[in-house]
Design a protein around this ligand. Structure first.
Ligand code: ARG
Ligand code: ZN
Ligand code: CA
Length: 324
């Protein structure tokens, strides 16, 4: 958006500048009717006149240049197709401990980048059985655009989205169609965090909420102190369902995650077998979309990667995250 203003300014400057030079150019050319002494091309001068006199043409010019600059700078979609999601962090705090530091926010973003990039150090723990279906690099990355802070007297928040509206003591989302909004609140009782799915793309309440004790790493509360609540919730935001399909032997719409009976907790020992419809399977409890402790989850699957890519594609529900 600021680019549009920049190009409008450029267009006006160009117009003003060429108005002076125009008479000079024409005077020079009047001297002879034979072969010009040197080459001259009036296209820019003609354009300057057009842009000066025609508001609609000026608008088209600005739109074209803004689009071209966006294509060139390609801040969001890297040359290998990676989508670099812009993040706005909204911190609503009562105590200073809840006023999560810039350093801890940077730490959380780095964790998201490692987990979605498959460069998390504990990826080495992925069992051989599941190594063939691990996502590796999901080609999704995150970069912080800005942090908005607000103090409150509220001590307990729920899942009614109050933190997402200034009229209810929260912080309004910043352009939720184009920025991933993340809210940090002090306390949500037993809830670590929650997310909206892609059907909420661009709505006022679109984004992820995390309770301060489970955000980032330094100073976070064990066993949810490795920043994986955000990894899990961003998984939902990018259309991933719980690995057990929120039902006994339910369906997460991902073919390469084995059907499992329900959520797993704590630090299960591998291999862990579940029987669904008479078939016993070793389950992928170390998946970010299960409920195990942060230290026990360290992978997305290839099928999950495909779902996140689909939602971020130009035709996907979250395509708005690809452009400014
Ligand atoms: N929405 C889930 C909850 O509040 C998040 C679970 C995240 N799990 C984790 N190990 N961090 O319980
Ligand atoms: Zn969840
Ligand atoms: Ca599955």
């Amino acid at each position: 958006m600021k680019k549009t203003f920049l190009y409008l300014a450029t267009a006006l400057a160009l117009t003003a500048c060429n108005q002076n030079s125009e008479t000079e150019t024409l005077a020079e050319d009047n001297s002879t009717t034979s072969v010009p002494a040197r080459r001259t091309c009036p296209s820019e001068e003609i354009r300057a006149e057009l842009l000066k006199n025609d508001a609609a043409a000026r608008q088209r010019y600005n739109n074209i240049e803004a689009g071209i600059q966006n294509f060139i700078s390609s801040d969001k979609v890297l040359s290998d197709g990676t989508v670099d999601i812009p993040v706005v962090v909204n911190v609503i705090y009562k105590t200073s401990a809840e006023n999560i530091s810039d350093a801890r926010i940077a730490e959380q973003i780095a964790i998201l980048n490692a987990d979605f990039g498959g460069t998390n150090t504990d990826a080495s723990k992925i069992p051989t059985e599941f190594a063939g279906v691990k996502a590796g690099d999901t080609k999704v990355r995150f970069h912080l655009i800005k942090t908005v802070r607000k103090s409150t007297t509220k001590t307990k928040w729920g899942t009614n989205d109050a933190m997402k509206k200034s009229s209810s003591g929260g912080i309004d989302a910043t352009s939720p169609a184009n920025y991933f909004n993340l809210w940090i609140v002090g306390n949500m009782g037993g809830i670590l965090g929650y997310a909206t799915f892609p059907e909420s793309a661009g709505l006022w309440n679109d984004g992820v909420v995390i309770a301060a004790p489970y955000f980032g790493k330094t100073g976070a509360t064990s066993p949810y102190n490795l920043g994986r609540t955000a990894t899990h919730e961003v998984g939902h935001y990018l259309n991933l369902r719980h690995i057990w399909g929120d039902a006994n032997c339910g369906n997460d719409l991902v073919a390469d995650t084995p059907t499992q009976t329900g959520a797993n907790y704590g630090k299960p020992t591998y291999p862990l077998y579940n029987t669904c419809s008479g078939t016993s399977r070793s389950v992928m409890f170390m998946n970010y979309m299960d409920y195990v402790d942060d230290a026990a989850m360290f992978m997305f699957s290839a099928g999950q990667k495909t779902r996140t890519q689909a939602v971020l594609a130009s035709s996907g529900a979250r395509a708005g995250l690809r452009i400014y």
